[in-house]
Design a protein around this ligand. Sequence first.
Ligand code: HDC
Length: 284
Amino acid sequence: KSPETEFTYTERDVALYNIGVGAKATELKYVFEGHEDFQVLPTYGVIPQFDAEMPFSFDEVVPNFSPTMLLHGEQYLEVRRYPIPTAARTKNYGRLIEVVDKGSAAVLRSGVTTVDAETGTELFYNEATVFLRGCGGFGGQKKPADRGAATAPNTPPGRLPDVVVESRTDEDQAAIYRLSGDYNPLHIDPGFAKMGGFKKPILHGLCSMGVAAKAVYERFGPFRNIKVRFAGVVLPGQTLVTEMWRGEGSSRVVFQTKVKETGKLAISGGGAELVDPAGDKEKG
Ligand code: HDC
């Protein structure tokens, strides 16, 4: 049975999260609780999982676990209810899904369901994979199971993207983002980052995901689910370029995000299923 953990958030947490993924002071609906359309960006749904108790410890399921060698590999989020409350008391249920043996690394997938504690309504469902460097070679399964939208490759079509959005992150982006709930020292402590093999603290994968998803949301509207793979490291201050493809008559958006300064992929295999199959803010 999954352990049950409470997680409560307020309008202050909502504004802090929105700023953490790039909302500006002028975007009042994201930063001012008195605005008539005050709202939380849908990827806030990834936050309650950080407080969820898991029915396992890394040391129990992989060899040689070291926190400095952990990287976020992929994230899948389902938003089970719109509008998302801008304050709520939630209950969270965490479970282990699978551990894949990649030879030198292990890829561990866990799931968390978030329920509104007052109404019992499901708000979010998450699947997170962490890439555990140095933890493979234990003789486990070599490939992840097919889990539908959660594992879809979302390969972009071979044409230019339909929409491109540039978002400059701030030098202080990770310092702000972490206050939403991911306190991993990798993103703030230079010594810890060095032990993990990085010259300086790197940006949270979920911060990049939030930035990319904000671009998808603002152009195409709310999504039922969203999936990303963290393909490369981002440093706070770099500019993220999100390229989006919208299939004709399709409710899916495929996207990827590059680091402008290097041209390298930060997010690959991005996919989102829209609530409104015709949703496109530019086309009305
Ligand atoms: O892709 C490489 C990389 O560096 N990616 C970027 C990682 C990153 O920056 N993540 C975000 C920052 S870390 C973070 O935010 C931590 C956070 O604080 C905590 C999160 C906790 C979440 C939990 C919530 C409760 C790297 C290093 C990941 C892989 O590169 P390589 O070693 O070169 O691997 P490669 O040769 O390309 O592939 C080997 C096999 O692994 C699979 N794979 C690759 N990237 C993956 C991945 N699997 C999952 N996720 C990824 N991102 C490949 O498919 C390949 O498998 P196979 O051999 O079967 O084809």
